[in-house]
Design a protein around this ligand. Structure first.
Ligand SMILES: NC(=O)c1ccc[n+]([C@@H]2O[C@H](COP(=O)([O-])OP(=O)(O)OC[C@H]3O[C@@H](n4cnc5c(N)ncnc54)[C@H](O)[C@@H]3O)[C@@H](O)[C@H]2O)c1
Length: 361
């Protein structure tokens, strides 16, 4: 056999993440390289209505703005919506180098990222996340995509943004339930990387001082950025970000994505995974997580009868490659590890523990 021609490539990309408060001037400065150009502005519909001042200032920076308004909610993460925005981009004759600016939560960000990665094989991407979840999680790390009727996030690409600009003032209009979605991920970061965050989380509520929230967002963004730098394509350490998520996905899918917001399901999952870790000998006490249950106000006890179905749902998670369940567990606070887990009584007990202790009377 002839010696093959080898192609060895390294993705070279750099994202600058800014965490700020009332940072319009900073943002306009960052957009300086694009002054006078066109841009494709992909915006969540509610955010466009709630923050017109922001959009107006942003518009002034560009010679021409091509708008794509994304209807709020997960139902916009579809191939159809992606194709609709591609049409807008291409009929408006965007060129290579035209920036795509995504303003919204994780839905808008994931969709806009996928658009940016696919139009003309890649346009510069600027994320302006407007939910707590998007600021600490989805805007960072380059996972883009849409859902398919057979499952969530099954279509997409890895495509890194050039800039992530998290301005805390968007959070002033964020409803409590959406706030909690971000909190679920922040508690996860406390578990897997920085337990000192636990002391700050109780104060991270709607109405909190935004400089205080910015400090928490900054710490979480650093954790996510470090994990992504170590393992961009999720072949190793990036999987640690799924702590609690195998339980959470099962809960969401069992309740058909209607009953729990993602962050609420993550909260239950964190309890189950921490309890499991403790049973495996880790010095971690799930009480630390239970202390936030009044924030989430969940009703979960009626699901105790559904534990066998919840366990089945865990085994059909798309991240299970070999048929064995690979759970992220803790060997201590801040020390995640991957472990293959048999279908065993501990799994049942972990669910029972989480469903009873997440329940708020
Ligand atoms: N790419 C990733 O790495 C990654 C990571 C985690 C989650 N995600 C994805 O993120 C999505 C969830 O993101 P999300 O929780 O931000 O949901 P979302 O984008 O649907 O936003 C939640 C709701 O908040 C509204 N909203 C957004 N900003 C607001 C503001 N400032 N004030 C008032 N309302 C506002 C939206 O209109 C929407 O109704 C899911 O699709 C999930 O799959 C992606």
């Amino acid at each position: 056999m002839k010696t093959p021609i080898k192609v060895s490539t390294k993705r070279i990309s750099e994202t600058d993440i800014y965490v700020t408060h009332k940072g319009m001037d900073e943002l306009l400065q960052l957009l300086q390289p694009y002054t006078g150009m066109r841009c494709l502005l992909i915006m969540d519909q509610s955010v466009a209505q709630l923050h017109p001042w922001f959009i107006k200032h942003l518009r002034n920076k560009f010679s021409d703005v091509v708008d794509a308004i994304v209807p709020s909610g997960e139902t916009s993460k579809t191939v159809q919506e992606w194709a609709r925005i591609l049409d807008i981009a291409l009929t408006n004759k965007l060129r290579r180098g035209t920036p795509v600016i995504a303003v919204g939560g994780g839905v808008t960000g994931d969709l806009a990222g996928f658009v940016a990665s696919s139009v003309l094989r890649g346009l510069p991407l600027i994320h302006i996340p407007t939910t707590l979840l998007a600021m600490v999680d989805s805007a960072i790390g380059g996972k883009t995509g849409v859902n398919h009727p057979t499952g969530k996030n099954l279509i997409g690409s890895f495509y890194q943004p050039d800039i992530v600009f998290a301005d805390m003032q968007f959070l002033e209009s964020l409803p409590k339930r959406e706030w909690n979605c971000g909190l679920g991920e922040i508690i996860k970061y406390a578990c897997i990387s920085n337990p000192s965050l636990f002391n700050l989380i109780a104060g991270c509520q709607p109405g909190a001082d935004l400089a205080f929230v910015a400090n928490i967002v900054q710490q979480c963004a650093e954790i996510k950025a470090n994990v992504v730098m170590e393992d961009e394509l999720e072949t190793g350490a990036r999987a640690f970000l799924n702590f609690g998520h195998t339980f959470a996905h099962a809960l969401e899918s069992h309740t058909r994505y209607r009953r729990f917001a993602h962050g609420e399901a993550v909260y239950v999952g964190l309890l189950a995974a921490t309890w499991y870790s403790q049973k495996m000998g880790a010095p971690v006490d799930p009480d630390r997580i239970i202390s936030f249950k009044k924030t989430f106000k969940l009703q979960t006890e009626d699901l105790l009868q559904a534990v066998p179905s919840l366990i089945n749902a865990m085994y059909s998670d798309k991240k299970i490659r070999t048929g064995a369940l690979r759970l992220v567990l803790l060997s201590d606070w801040g020390k995640p590890m991957l472990q293959e887990v048999e279908h065993n009584p501990l799994l049942t007990e972990a669910w029972q523990y989480a469903l009873v202790n997440a329940h708020n009377n």
